[in-house]
Design a protein around this ligand. Structure first.
Ligand code: IPE
Length: 261
């Protein structure tokens, strides 16, 4: 399998409108994926679903030691299932044989990092020519009880194990900028991101509510990936054709993160 595709939560469910999935954007991205003819691992973020549910319940991690914690765990997971249903509808309507693999059922964290993952269901789907779909989720954490795993961490964990060579991240901006381009007119896009050019990216990242670290958190996952032989491309989900071109091998759009040798 050559490609992993992350459908950024902010692109498919913008964080400023709670619990609304951009079905038009999902449908177009799914069609581009189908047209590329590539079998991909698909991972999607939480957008307004995961992040609003996490904020509403006031808990993004903790022991399952009372009704409040249990309610947070089940409701955040349920919100993610609702967004996942919209993504699955888009993929299936585009003719992609996709199957959701809920991280809550297969993934374990320790202090927020993945320490165990039952890959067998994912490998079964890949070998059968299917498209596994994972998403940012609430999962068991051996140290904290439960915690949120981001789609980016899931992608970074699975991509090397599945022999993936390129991760394509569909974002709500056309790449990685020095500062937030939505608020700072002086923001500059970094066309090729390396450990050296990373120094130009201001810490902080995504302006909207984000419980998993915004753009900076994304880069913290992507650079280690580059070190183990997986290149990445951050593209604009709202530019028609960009995903299809990225799955055709192009590096001309967005921010390219080459393999670090
Ligand atoms: C967050 O996933 C999932 C939850 C908050 C439950 P991500 O961190 O991958 O989501 P986005 O892409 O930033 O929205």
């Amino acid at each position: 399998m050559k490609y992993a595709v992350k459908l950024g939560g902010s692109a498919i469910a913008p964080k400023d409108i709670a619990y609304i999935a951009r079905e038009d954007v999902i449908a177009r991205l799914a069609q581009e994926l189908a047209r590329s003819g590539e079998q991909c691992l698909v991972v999607h973020g939480g957008g307004s679903f995961g992040h609003a549910a996490a904020t509403e319940h006031g808990m993004i991690s903790g022991a399952l030691d009372g009704p409040k914690a249990r309610e947070a765990f089940s409701n955040i997971h349920r919100a993610m299932e609702r967004l996942n249903a919209a993504v699955m509808d888009g993929l299936l309507n585009a003719g992609i044989p996709a199957v959701a693999v809920p991280p809550a059922a297969v993934c374990t964290l320790e202090n927020g990092r993945i320490v165990a993952f039952d890959e067998e269901p994912v490998r079964f789907l890949v070998e059968g020519g299917m498209t596994p779909v994972l998403f940012g989720d609430v999962v068991q954490d051996r140290a904290q009880g439960f915690a949120i795993v981001s789609g980016d961490q899931l992608l970074a964990y699975l991509a090397p194990n599945l022999g993936i060579g390129r991760a394509v991240l569909c974002s709500d901006v056309d790449g990685v900028y020095t500062t937030d381009p939505r608020t700072d007119p002086g923001a500059r896009r970094i066309d090729i991101l390396t450990p050296e050019t990373l120094a130009l990216v201001e810490a902080g990242g995504s302006a909207a509510s984000d419980v998993t670290g915004g753009m900076r958190g994304k880069l913290d996952e992507l650079l280690p990936l580059a070190r183990v032989g997986v290149e990445s491309l951050v593209i604009d989900a709202n530019t028609p054709g960009a995903l299809e071109r990225a799955l055709g091998g192009s590096t001309d759009e967005g921010t390219f993160i080459p393999v670090i040798t």
